[in-house]
Design a protein around this ligand. Structure first.
Ligand code: F6R
Length: 614
């Protein structure tokens, strides 16, 4: 939940590290810091606030810092210890030999701290990280060798960590280690880099070393060397990541989130083109799971967190609508990991994680694997932990997403999931040619319909402004709309900080309806399907309690106007594919509500994009 960056090269390090931190700021943004090697010393600068403030502070560092060619940096999302300058990273050991940044949680930090304090070591922060820093200083003093001290440190630390370290008396070399938190390294011929997120490195090279669990490395201007935690050397191959670094730029948009909402037609088009044969609607076998797999499968479990979980609900519903005999579930990873969910060789579990690093999803995958369940992942990040740990991975094609609130990666997930579901059922022999042609044909028309939806932004903006003083929102809908009610409510909570709840429309009368009055807005999703009338009846129940109604209805459904204060028309598509278009006005509504309220849209308070702690 923090971003870290290290550089050892020949160019001034400060700018490279600050740029790397800015690219990873979505991971944490309550405080930030940098440490630069300046001849014999290492000079630290820390702030409470954003990387832009750190950049200002770095300008006032001693002149020798501007020519420093190695350093480390950190942008923090606090877990242990309040948001203060002292608790911000980098941390320095009391003997001044070690300077260190960390992402993760050191679970035995209390024990280490108590022991070291009894031996006379002075701690100055409230963080778990300082325990690792002070311990490494003691181990380095005892052993006199960085590799051996790193081995001893990693053997002793429990919990999750990505660490980047400078030893005061080892110039131009930085060390890093990974267990449970992501870390990627790179060498471009004259400099080494490391970071939490590959997007921080793409400006320098696309050939990346993804550190495995239990690996550490020493990085210098002339090489990257890798070791196991036991100190034995490891040969590593780079993985090429074909993301363009400009994809992670904001372009002419005010916010990454808005830019990313607009990229969804391209994400969908790219996914469909990559995963289907253009001349006929058949799935491309090489991009699906091993053929024949479904012959052994009786159960399918989709497992994920947050928005990715809502994407799995879309997949579950599509799959269920096509095959009524398979046992198909969607589960929240943080619960799946602690329940005794059935598994084994006749179960296929599909783990969906944009980052591929979400702690709960990884833990759920490990548990399923241990039960002998066939495990597959859908992730947006090649080389991420989930990609490396499961039997088979499908990459979503959203490209880097910087806005903390997921938008285009949701689209990347649902489009890939829809295609995967069809491929699995085809393999199983239960996908009819008619459904295949209908859905692939439907998917192909969606990018243009999404574009048409995006062009109604001004209308949605006015509605967002009108309703931004609501005391709260209820999102209601049935069947294919339920995942969208959840996603629409989540987006509004995340970036506008407004109370917003999602209910299956039929559930309103079982309790939530008691909350309604003229200040609580109901956003109702009622496309023109067999359930239109049922949903509109529930809308009427809300109207009768004076709640303002903002209705999402199918284009041309003029009769729906009578049920609403305001209406947004959505282009028509196959019922199962409604979420692909219906999500766009909900994302735009949340975006413009947050804008109206002056919220920090790309970096909402208290959140971090990649949740690598439990
Ligand atoms: C919401 C959001 C989160 C993530 C969730 C899972 O906008 O971004 O709810 O969807 O933290 O993250 P991944 O997909 O990386 O596992």
């Amino acid at each position: 939940m923090c971003g870290i960056m290290g550089y050892a090269g020949q160019k001034p390090a400060a700018g490279i590290i600050l740029e790397g931190l800015a690219r990873q700021e979505y991971r944490g943004y309550d405080s930030a810091g940098i440490a630069l090697r300046c001849e014999e010393t290492i000079i630290n600068a820390k702030i409470v606030g954003r990387v832009s403030e750190l950049t200002r502070k770095v300008k006032n560092m001693p002149p020798e810092c501007s020519v420093s060619t190695s350093g480390i940096g950190h942008t923090r999302w606090a877990t242990h210890g309040g948001v203060t300058e002292t608790n911000a990273h980098p941390h320095e050991s009391s003997d001044g030999m070690i300077v260190l940044v960390h992402n993760g949680i050191i679970e035995n930090s209390r024990e280490i701290r108590t022991r070291l304090e009894s031996e006379g070591v002075k701690f100055i922060t409230e963080t778990d990280t300082e325990a690792a820093c002070q311990l490494l200083a003691v181990l380095y003093k005892e052993r006199g060798d960085a590799r051996s001290a790193m081995s001893a440190l990693t053997a002793e630390l429990r919990g999750a960590f990505a660490l980047v370290i400078m030893f005061r008396d080892i110039p131009d070399e930085i060390w890093c280690a990974r267990k449970g938190s992501p870390l990627v390294a790179a060498f471009d011929g004259s400099a080494s880099y490391c970071a939490s997120d590959p997007t921080a490195l793409l400006e320098y090279t696309h050939d990346l070393f993804f550190l495995e669990e239990g690996e550490m490395a020493s990085l210098s201007p002339s090489r990257c060397e890798f070791y196991g935690f036991d100190g034995t050397e490891r040969r590593k191959k780079t993985i090429r990541l074909n993301w363009d670094s400009v994809m992670a730029d904001k372009g002419h948009f005010d916010h990454f989130m808005r830019k990313e909402i607009g990229e969804q037609p391209d994400v969908l088009r790219l996914t469909i083109d990559a995963h289907t044969i253009v001349t006929n609607v058949a799935m491309d076998k090489s991009l699906t799971l091993p053929s024949g797999l479904m012959k052994q499968i009786r159960r399918v479990q989709f497992v994920a967190c947050g928005t990715s979980y809502y994407a799995t609900l879309v997949a579950r519903d599509i799959m269920e609508s096509l095959d009524g005999e398979l046992d198909i579930r969607a589960e929240v990873a943080s619960e799946y990991r602690y329940r005794n969910v059935i598994g084994g060789g006749d179960t296929l579990a599909i783990f969906v994680s944009q980052s591929g690093e979400t702690a709960d999803t990884l833990a759920a995958a490990r548990i399923a694997k241990a039960k002998g369940t066939r495990c597959t992942a859908i992730t947006n990040v090649r080389g991420s932990t989930i990609d490396r740990e499961v039997e088979h991975t499908l990459l979503s094609m959203a490209g880097p997403e910087v806005g903390v609130a997921a938008t285009k990666t949701f689209m990347g997930q649902i489009s890939l999931l829809a295609l995967l579901v069809m491929a699995l059922l085809k393999d199983r022999g239960t996908l009819s040619a008619g459904d295949e042609a209908r859905l692939i044909g439907g998917l192909r028309t969606l990018p243009a319909l999404q574009q048409a939806m995006l062009e109604r932004e001004d209308e949605i903006k006015l509605l967002a402004e009108k309703y931004s003083d609501s005391k709260g929102f209820f999102f209601i809908g049935r069947r294919e709309c339920v995942p969208l009610t959840l996603e629409g409510a989540l987006k509004l909570k995340e970036i506008a900080y407004l109370p917003s709840e999602a209910y299956a429309a039929g559930e309103m009368k079982h309790g939530p309806i008691a909350m309604l009055d003229e200040k609580l807005t109901v956003v109702a999703l009622a496309p023109d399907t067999d359930l239109r009338e049922k949903t509109l009846s529930n809308v009427e129940e809300c109207r009768a309690r004076n709640a303002p109604i903002l209705l999402l209805a199918s284009e041309g459904d003029e009769g729906a106007r009578a049920h609403a204060n305001d209406i947004i028309f959505i282009p028509r598509t196959e019922p199962e594919l409604f979420p692909f278009i219906g999500v766009i006005p909900l994302q735009l509504f949340a975006y413009h509500t947050a804008r109206t309220l002056g919220r920090d849209i790309d970096m909402p308070r208290n959140l971090a994009k990649s949740v690598t702690v439990e």
